[in-house]
Design a protein around this ligand. Structure first.
Ligand code: URA
Length: 519
C-alpha cells in the first residue's frame, strides 16, 4: 500500500482540508492510504519518503460521486458544520478522522442512520469539546489594562490557555463585544490584537463591518501578560458581595467553571474562603427575620422607540435593560434578572420559547439549560447554526415555585404573557426575522394572538405578526418530559417539524409551500 502525505498549511487549515479531501475522494484514495500533516504535527520521516505525490483526480469513469468530479460532492450541511469545529480540536488525528467519516458517508449507506458509530461518536465528542472551549474562552477571558506611552490609546491585555486551536474562531466575538477597546489576548499558541479605528482617522481594514484591525501573531507566555490592577480589586469586592451562600452548589460551579481555568480567574481565589463560610452565613440568614425590599421599582424604565433610527443592537440592549426592571406582573420581583433574546439581526428565523428556566435565569442567556441543550442538538442535526438565528422567549422572567431550596418551573399565566407582549413586539420590530418558530403553546399564542392547539397545529405554518409566517411545534421541554419509550419517535417527529423551516436558512423560503400557510 502506498501512502500519500497531505500537508496542511496550519493547524486550522479548513479550506486546505476541504480542497484536499475532495480531491482524494474523487480519486478514490481510501482513508488508510492518507497521512495528514500540519506544521505542529509533521508526518514521521519514514512516511515522508514513502509518500506519493498528490493524486490527480480520477478519470470520470472512476468517479463515485456522479459525474463532474469533486465539485459535485454533496454531504449533509450538518457534516460541514461539524468539520468546521472539529478541525479546531487539538487531537492530531482529527483530519484523518474527518476524511474517514467523509469517505464512509459516501461509501457506506448505513452510516447516516447509525449515531452510535464509533467514528461519529468521536467526532461528536470533539465537536462538543471545541464548543465548550470556545464558550469558556468567551466567559473567562479577563482583560487588564497595561501602561501605554503618553498619547497612545489605553491597551487591555488578557491571558488565556485554550485547550484547542480556537483563538481565530473566537476573536470575532471579542471584536463585536469590545469594538471600541484596544485589546490583545495572549495564549501559548498564538496572540490576537484588535486596534479600533480612531474616531476621526482613516478607517482601518476592519473585521466584517466593524472599523478596526484584527491581527494574529505568535504565542506568548503568561509572564508577558499584565498583573492585577485597581479595577480588579473592585471586581473582587463586587464578586464577594454578590456571592449568595444559600445558592452555593460547588459541583455545579466547578462544572461551569472547571478548576483548570481558575489560575487565570482573579475571583477564583475567593471561592474557597466564601465556600468555607457558606453554611454558617446561610444559617444566619435562615434565623434572621424576613425583610421587605427597601425600595421597589414600580415603574419601568422609559421605553426605547421600536422604530428608533439608531443602532438596533443598542436599542435592543436598552430594551433588555428595561425588561430587567419591568414589574408589570409579579414574576420579575423574584427572578434573578430578565433574560432577553439573543442572536443575529434580520435572521432567517426567530425561535420563540416560553420563559427562561432556572439556568437561564442565573446565566442571563436564553436556552442554556436542559431544554436549550436539546434544542442545540436539534440545530446541529438540522445543520442550523445557532449564531445565524435569534432566540428569545414570550416571557422574559423566570416564574417558579420554591420547593425546599429547589426552584421548580411554573408556567406563566395568560395575564403574565400579556404583560410581556409589549417586549416581544418591540424585540420583533428591531430584529425583523423572516419567519418564526413557535416552541410550544405559550409562544404560539404570543405570536399568533389566539390559543393554538399545538398537538394538532404542529408542523403547520400560521400567520404571525405583520403576516410573518410562524411554524408551530413543541417546546423542547415537552420532549424531555415525554415517555422515555417514545423518545426516539418524538425526537424524529420534532426534527421533521423543524426541518420545514430549513428553506429559510438556505434562503429558499419560496420552497415553503403556500398550502401550509394559513393566510
Ligand atoms: N425554556 C424556554 O422556553 N426558554 C428558555 O430560554 C429556556 C427554557
Amino acid at each position: 500500500m502506498s501512502l500519500r502525505v497531505i500537508t496542511l498549511e496550519s493547524e486550522i487549515d479548513w479550506p486546505g482540508f476541504r480542497r484536499e479531501a475532495r480531491t482524494l475522494l474523487a480519486s478514490l484514495v481510501p482513508p488508510d492510504e492518507v497521512v495528514w500533516q500540519t506544521p505542529a504535527h509533521p508526518a514521521p520521516e519514514l512516511w515522508q519518503s514513502e509518500a506519493q505525490p498528490r493524486p490527480a483526480p480520477a478519470p470520470p469513469s472512476r468517479r463515485p460521486l456522479g459525474g463532474s468530479g469533486p465539485a459535485r460532492l454533496v454531504v449533509p450541511p450538518a457534516f460541514i458544520t461539524l468539520c468546521e469545529k472539529v478541525v479546531l480540536h487539538q487531537d492530531p488525528q482529527r483530519f484523518a478522522l474527518l476524511y474517514r467519516l467523509l469517505w464512509r458517508l459516501v461509501h457506506e449507506r448505513g452510516l447516516r442512520q447509525d449515531p452510535l458509530d464509533p467514528d461519529r461518536l468521536r467526532a461528536r465528542q470533539m465537536l462538543q469539546s471545541v464548543r465548550r472551549d470556545m464558550h469558556k474562552m468567551k466567559a473567562f477571558v479577563r482583560f487588564r489594562p497595561v501602561g501605554q506611552p503618553e498619547g497612545e490609546p489605553p491597551l487591555s491585555v488578557a491571558w488565556f490557555e485554550p485547550e484547542h486551536h480556537i483563538v481565530e474562531a473566537v476573536a470575532p466575538f471579542f471584536v463585536r463585544r469590545f469594538t471600541q477597546m484596544h485589546w490583545a489576548i495572549l495564549t501559548p499558541e498564538c496572540s490576537v490584537r484588535w486596534t479600533p479605528a480612531p474616531p476621526d482617522g482613516p478607517p482601518l481594514a476592519g473585521e466584517g463591518a466593524l472599523p478596526g484591525e484584527l491581527e494574529f501573531g505568535p504565542g506568548a507566555s503568561r509572564t508577558q501578560a499584565p498583573g492585577p490592577d485597581e479595577g480588579e480589586a473592585l471586581w473582587l469586592t463586587y464578586y464577594a458581595h454578590i456571592f449568595n451562600p444559600a445558592r452555593l452548589k460547588l459541583s455545579m460551579m466547578t462544572r461551569e467553571m472547571p478548576r483548570k481555568y481558575w489560575s487565570n480567574l482573579p475571583e477564583a481565589q475567593l471561592i474557597a474562603p466564601l465556600a468555607a463560610q457558606a453554611a454558617e452565613r446561610t444559617g444566619r440568614m435562615v434565623q434572621a427575620a424576613a425583610s421587605t425590599p427597601r425600595r421597589r421599582i414600580p415603574i419601568r424604565a422609559p421605553l426605547p422607540a421600536a422604530d428608533d433610527a439608531g443602532d438596533p443592537r443598542e436599542t435592543l440592549a436598552s430594551l433588555a435593560q428595561a425588561t430587567d426592571r419591568c414589574r408589570d406582573c409579579p414574576i420579575g420581583e423574584h427572578a434573578t434578572q430578565s433574560v432577553f433574546g439573543e442572536g443575529a439581526l434580520h435572521p432567517p428565523l426567530m425561535l420563540v420559547g416560553e420563559q427562561p428556566g432556572d439556568q437561564e435565569d442565573l446565566a442571563g442567556h436564553p436556552f442554556v439549560g436542559p431544554a436549550g441543550r436539546l434544542l442545540d442538538k436539534a440545530l446541529e442535526e438540522l445543520g442550523w447554526a445557532r449564531e445565524s438565528l435569534y432566540l428569545t422567549n414570550a416571557v422574559k422572567h423566570f416564574k417558579f415555585e420554591l420547593r425546599g431550596t429547589r426552584r421548580i418551573h411554573k408556567s406563566p399565566g395568560q395575564r403574565e404573557v400579556l404583560a410581556c407582549q409589549q417586549w416581544l413586539e418591540r424585540e420583533i420590530a428591531l430584529v425583523r426575522p423572516r419567519a418564526f418558530v413557535a416552541l410550544g403553546a405559550t409562544a404560539a399564542r404570543a405570536l399568533i394572538g389566539r390559543a393554538v392547539p399545538v398537538m394538532t397545529e404542529r408542523g403547520h405554518w400560521l400567520s404571525g405578526p405583520d403576516d410573518i409566517p410562524v411554524l408551530v411545534t413543541l417546546h423542547p421541554s415537552a420532549l424531555l418530559r415525554g415517555d422515555p419509550a417514545e423518545r426516539d419517535t418524538a425526537w424524529r417527529a420534532w426534527l421533521d417539524d423543524l426541518a420545514l423551516a430549513s428553506p429559510y436558512l438556505a434562503g429558499e423560503e419560496g420552497a415553503v409551500t403556500r398550502s401550509r400557510a394559513e393566510a
